[in-house]
Design a protein around this ligand. Structure first.
Ligand code: FE2
Length: 423
């Protein structure tokens, strides 16, 4: 007998009337109209069953700290870094852990079950690192939390920056991070990329760098990152996050750059909510969007995913762990309004993000983990349009969260008694 059988589901690839059979925490069959006895059977009613949402770029050490010690008035990246710098000396591990755990509760309810979080390694105390390693341990039964050693203040610009980053890796942080555009000069930025990739190669770690999060078209650290990935044999293990300067670059230069990124197997994560608010702040009108070239990178075969980046922190006061909100903004900013474009934006917060994170057992196929989300939507396009309600969320066959079906009751004479925003 099966542990769980979900029937009459629509899958992200468009197949309808599908049954997903679960045994021992794994998917054992995905087939149309399967009738088998199971300890629990759930009729999906034609709704979309998706693998869980994945956030490949987040800052869990800063999340839910909005207003501490003050709000970022200018809304710029640099004031955000300054506010975070003011908060850091008074950070307490217990508070940081409590905020992170609350965020993970939100994530579960949103069907977001894998998060790659950068963690600030600038301070010699490594307090955020130790706190998030504790969070990683506590949430392991329900969230795959990957940590990136992130030298927020610049690995070369900060005294002891390299040593602190290496100690974070020694403590068990999974990925090597960086922030070359925040180093003092372009050449120092390039040197930091080279150094950090060499550290990753020596230790057999992946790389995920904040790269060119600026409007300056001359910020070209992604080029160095792609070069180093190839030189050190790190193809498929390196990610460039943000890459917003690519928005402002000359088209001719980009025509050389994108094939180089594709050739080096470097993936790219855009963060639409944050890129659209932080970038273009020095522009009058027209104001640049400031998000990297998503459709062009995808067309070149680069794995492109979307991250949330921030929720209620010094850089961004909005958000609720909703990766459909991220995908919704992404399709607007990138003008990916065709049906294929919208579906690609759904992939950017599911399969593409899982690939960036090298998640094992991810997907809706026999042998994969029985981790999935039932959405109150009939397909991926409707899911993004509605930022659809997550009816049920399972992790390895275990129900983690459920939300009642959403319907507004209408009191309008001669009109239906309820609406759910589906036509
Ligand atoms: Fe970030």
């Amino acid at each position: 007998m099966l542990d769980l059988l979900v029937t009459n589901a629509t899958l992200p690839d468009g197949r309808t009337g599908m049954s997903v059979a679960v045994q021992g925490g794994r998917i054992v069959d995905v087939t149309p109209g399967l009738a088998a006895s199971a300890a629990e059977t759930v009729d999906a009613g034609g709704c979309l069953l998706s693998p869980p949402f994945c956030d490949p770029h987040f800052h869990m050490d800063a999340t839910l700290s909005y207003g501490l010690p003050r709000v970022n008035e200018s809304g710029t990246l640099l004031e955000g870094i300054a506010v975070w710098g003011e908060l850091k000396p008074s950070l307490k591990a217990d508070d940081l852990i409590a905020r992170a755990l609350t965020y993970c509760d939100w994530a579960v309810a949103r069907g977001l079950l894998a998060i790659r979080s950068h963690v600030d390694t600038s301070d010699a105390s490594l307090l955020p690192v130790q706190a998030l390693l504790e969070v990683k341990k506590r949430v392991a039964p329900y969230i795959d939390l990957q940590l990136v050693a992130f030298p927020q203040d610049g690995v070369l610009r900060t005294a002891g920056g390299v040593d602190n980053l290496k100690r974070a890796l020694d403590l068990g942080v999974d990925v090597v991070g960086g922030i070359p555009h925040f180093e003092r000069t372009m050449s120092e930025g390039a040197a930091s990329v080279k150094l950090l990739c060499e550290i990753a190669a020596e230790r057999g770690k992946p790389v995920d760098m904040h790269c060119d999060e600026t409007d300056d078209p001359m910020s070209r650290h992604i080029e160095t990152l792609a070069f180093e990935a190839q030189r050190l044999g790190l193809q498929g293990r390196v990610n460039g996050s943000h890459c917003t300067s690519m928005h402002s670059m000359d088209n001719y230069y980009v025509s050389k750059l994108i094939p180089l990124i594709a050739e080096s197997g470097v993936s790219v994560v855009a963060n639409p909510l944050i890129n659209i608010t932080l970038q273009g702040r020095h522009d009058t009108y027209p104001k640049r969007r400031g998000m990297t070239r998503v459709p062009e990178l995808m067309a070149a075969g680069v794995d492109v995913a979307f991250g949330h980046d921030c929720v209620m922190d010094p850089w961004y006061g909005m958000g609720s762990a909703d990766m459909l909100e991220v995908a919704h903004m992404g399709l607007h900013v990138a003008q990916m309004t065709s049906q294929a474009g919208i579906r690609a934006c759904f992939d950017a917060v599911t399969v593409n993000a899982a690939k960036v994170m090298h998640l094992e057992g991810y997907g809706l196929a026999p042998g994969c983990d029985a981790s999935f989300v039932l959405l109150q939507a009939r397909d991926t396009i409707e899911a993004i349009r509605l930022r659809a309600n997550r009816l049920k969320v399972w992790k390895k066959g275990k129900l983690l969260s459920q939300t009642p079906e959403l319907a507004a009751r209408l009191h309008v004479d001669g009109r239906p008694s309820s609406v759910n925003f589906q036509v």
